[in-house]
Design a binder for this molecule. Structure first.
Ligand code: C5P
Length: 399
């Protein structure tokens, strides 16, 4: 398989252009080959030199486009070269041109001279973003399946307004780029509702002390990103986390296993796929004190009681058309206990991942696993980023 990893970043003229340095720098570090186009107005905010230095390639402008020295037209060369084009920030002006097929600069000519997926990260003042004509253009562009639109965020804008129209943050753009490189723009989860649990639960003894585990929820976050980027509607029920929930994902923060159970059961009926990647505590303290216990009042031994097995309950409640996938974080032999859980908990598939291997498991950005399903499929997923692993899981669930 040829690894697709050539990304053309096209920068429009908005103040969010400065954030593209981080996108280019991060993509370069993870091995993506990058070329950059800047519109005339983008160069008012950021220089070609900055982006050429970060991308280790020339950064192209309309001056290059009109130079008579090229053997082949530059927009054709760039359009054929790119596996993916990411336009960020996408301005109202460039959006309008895309919506109407206008080609009057290097950026718009290159889009028309290419066939690869195009990722769009709009950024503009709230009133501009909410104009009927801008929203019409946005909806118009998105009717073409080659265009993948990112949500804008609510927040403080450079014009001192607080509202919609803020560009997605660089890590989210980078994740979307990685997803589209993996899927080549395939949207195989359109129309599907995916329900994911992520992170660890906390079982409190008092307001400050709890039984927990080191799960950071990064695997569940990656599953949510992958599902969203493949076109699904996503609900993410998650324990305490240090990351931002991707724009467009419905987030349900919870603390205890009981709260997680209640949310998962609530959202189960509408879900097509349910993925329990959360590390749920197995036990909780028998007694809970609403007041913080004084050190001398702490019990010498802690009576415990089991928490509900959420995935087993979901398996009892689910309909035949719903797919239920569990995770099994293990040390040593990871396959035998995972197979036992696959059948005893009545799951459709389970992802067994080692937590005693370097660079995988809790807190790591990478993972490795063995995917097992009730049809007897057994597939090894070699060490890779958690986002890539999430895509491998969705690929396997579809086969
Ligand atoms: O803890 P265990 O290894 O049994 O976890 C296997 C699967 O069961 C995971 O998908 C986990 O999210 C789920 N689980 C659960 N409720 C629990 C414990 C685990 O849903 N109380």
């Amino acid at each position: 398989m040829v690894l697709k990893r050539r990304v053309l970043i096209a920068v429009g003229g908005g103040i969010a252009a400065y954030k593209i340095c981080e996108v280019v720098s991060t993509l370069f570090k993870i091995g993506v080959e990058i070329k950059v186009i800047l519109t005339d107005s983008a160069q008012q905010f950021i220089t070609p030199l900055t982006l050429a230095t970060l991308s280790r390639h020339p950064a192209y402008t309309d001056d290059h486009f009109w130079q008579p020295t090229h053997s082949r037209p530059l927009h054709i060369d760039l359009g054929e070269w790119a596996d993916l084009i990411a336009i960020a920030p996408l301005t109202a002006n460039t959006l309008a041109k895309l919506a109407h097929g206008i080609a009057d600069n290097l950026l718009t000519n290159t889009v028309l001279a290419s066939t690869c997926p195009v990722l769009l990260a709009p950024a503009m003042n709230t009133d501009m973003w909410e104009q009927q004509v801008v929203q019409r253009n946005w909806q118009q562009v998105l009717t073409d399946s080659r265009f993948h639109g990112m949500h804008t965020a609510l927040g403080l804008l450079a014009c001192d307004r607080v509202g919609a129209g803020r560009m997605a943050e660089p890590p989210e753009i980078v994740a979307y780029v990685q997803s589209l490189l993996h899927t080549a723009g395939k949207r195989d989860l359109v129309g599907k509702q995916v329900l994911i649990s992520a992170g660890g639960t906390r079982e409190h003894l008092d307001p400050v002390r709890f039984i927990g585990n080191p799960s950071t929820g990064k695997m569940g976050l990656a599953l949510a990103q992958a599902a969203l980027h493949r076109g699904a509607r996503v609900t993410l029920v998650h324990g305490p986390a240090s990351w931002d929930v991707p724009l467009g994902v419905q987030a349900i923060p919870v603390m205890s296993a009981e709260q997680m159970r209640a949310s998962m059961v609530q959202f189960l009926p509408n879900a097509d796929m349910i993925i329990m990647s959360a590390a749920v505590a197995d036990v909780k303290p028998q007694y809970y004190s609403k007041e913080k216990l004084a050190k001398k009042a702490l019990p010498q031994s802690l009576p415990l009681e089991p928490v509900p097995d959420i995935v087993a309950e979901l398996a009892r409640l689910k309909q035949p058309h719903q797919q239920l996938i569990g995770f099994a974080a293990q040390t040593g032999d990871i396959v035998t206990p995972a197979l036992e859980k696959l059948y005893s908990k009545n799951l459709d598939a389970i992802v067994a991942n080692p937590i005693d291997e370097p660079n995988s498991g809790f807190g790591s950005d990478n993972n490795q696993a063995i995917f097992l399903d009730k049809q007897g499929q057994k597939r090894e997923i070699s060490p890779c980023s958690k986002l890539e692993m999430a895509h491998h899981i969705f690929d396997l669930l579809h086969n």
